[in-house]
Design a protein around this ligand. Structure first.
Ligand SMILES: Nc1ncnc2c1ncn2[C@@H]1O[C@H](COP(=O)(O)OP(=O)(O)O)[C@@H](O)[C@H]1O
Ligand SMILES: [Mg+2]
Length: 382
């Protein structure tokens, strides 16, 4: 098979060394065409004139009359930036020079001894194989970026869809609810006990559907709605949440406590509040203790804040520890513990939007601890 000739740009000011290199390549019978120049200036000019047909490899002497061979990279720091595989030749074989060459985007480094130069053709082959790997990796990275973008778009589309459908479902639902109310008010005596019972159940189902739609709207909003990042004193936020939940706390004779002090962070206040409220509310709700207790604490780690919301409630079986974060996933009927099952899905969404993760540890009968982490920097992605 005819091998297409490939060009090497050789930048070498000593004719004897250039000749040595030429012979080394001729000796292998390979199809390399060597273009030889003697200075950086000349090399840059030639590269400029051959942009559409660049060499496969550049072999540059380190010490040249008008600078060092590394100047050919124009300040690059990686082979990708250089764009053409570069091999540096030098008489002064030193570690420092090798490191500097590699840091400047050279692919390899050859000491100008007879053996070093003789082996150049193999060095070139190896460098080209590595170069191919680098390019493949770069292609794969590009592809991956494209997939991520596509996925993000698909998620956004899904959120848009959820939002639209939820909005659209609200109108007919409102009308159903209105007519149920009319029926109950004006036709209650036309119906018998069983009929009124059915109507009551239709009403409850409609209310439930309404709550689910509201939750879906919240869920779709987490990823879409732009929310300003602000400085939030979480101690104050927690007082506010306790106030909001005061009816539930009083009714259950429960207590919400903060262990230690919570940090002041810059974050999206509404979502942080939604997140903590959901978790604390669950801790009080799924609880049969005489005195339901929820304890909130935060550990400041190097890269993230680790929050804990611990309760002395009913606990969760191991096999459900993951599934409870799915939307509308519940372990108990609404008649036992009210709710739609969207709370934790919303929590997960919020934490992920903030760049963190959420999980739970629990033992049935002994209570649960929900953990979530929030990175200390860039706490906002939307
Ligand atoms: N602190 C908790 N202790 C025990 N079970 C819990 C706790 N938090 C959540 N769960 C379980 O996870 C399910 C999903 O929770 P969530 O999404 O907040 O929905 P909801 O509160 O509307 O039921 C709950 O129905 C419950 O079975
Ligand atoms: Mg809940």
């Amino acid at each position: 098979m005819e091998v297409a000739s490939k060009t090497i740009l050789l930048i070498e000011d000593e004719e004897a060394h250039a000749e040595f290199v030429r012979r080394a390549f001729e000796g292998t019978g390979s199809k390399w065409e060597i273009h030889h120049v003697v200075s950086i200036k000349e090399a840059l000019k030639w590269l400029d004139g051959n942009k559409s047909n660049p060499p496969s490899v550049i072999i540059a002497d380190y010490l040249l009359p008008d600078g060092t061979g590394l100047e050919i990279t124009k300040g690059a720091t990686s082979p990708e930036e250089v764009g053409i595989p570069l091999i540096i030749l030098t008489a002064h074989g030193s570690e420092r020079l090798a490191v500097r060459s590699l840091k400047s985007g050279a692919m390899d480094y050859v000491v100008k001894t007879a053996e070093g130069l003789q082996e150049l053709p193999w060095t070139v082959e190896r460098v080209l194989r590595e170069w191919e790997h680098i390019r493949e990796r770069r292609r794969a990275e590009k592809e991956l970026k494209r997939y991520v973008k596509e996925l993000e778009r698909a998620n956004r589309d899904l959120d848009d869809f959820t939002s639209t459908v939820s909005h659209d479902l609200r109108a007919p639902l409102r009308s159903i609810q209105a007519f149920i109310t009319l029926l109950m008010e004006d036709y209650a005596d036309v119906l018998d006990e069983t009929g009124r019972g059915y109507l009551e159940r239709v009403k409850e189902a409609a209310e439930r559907m309404n709550r689910q739609i509201e939750d879906l709207l919240i869920l779709s909003r987490v990823g879409r709605k732009f929310v300003e990042v602000e400085t939030v004193d979480l101690n104050e936020l927690l007082e506010e949440i306790k106030e909001d939940l005061s009816a539930r706390i009083a009714e259950r004779k429960g207590e919400v406590v903060v262990a230690g002090k919570l940090p002041i962070i810059s974050t999206q206040r509404v979502w942080m509040k939604e997140l903590l409220t959901n978790l604390i509310d669950n801790g009080l709700k799924f609880n049969r203790a005489e005195k339901p207790m929820v304890e909130v604490s935060c550990e400041e780690r190097e890269k993230a804040y680790l929050f804990k919301v611990r309760d002395n409630g009913i606990g969760i079986e191991e096999e459900h520890l993951d599934s409870i974060f799915k939307v509308f996933e519940r372990l108990h009927p609404a008649s036992e513990y009210e709710g739609t099952g969207a709370g934790l899905a919303i929590c997960k969404r919020i934490v992920e939007e903030l760049g963190g993760s959420i999980w739970v540890e629990s033992k049935p009968g002994e209570g649960s601890t929900f953990f979530f982490s929030i990175p200390r920097e860039s706490q906002c992605t939307s």
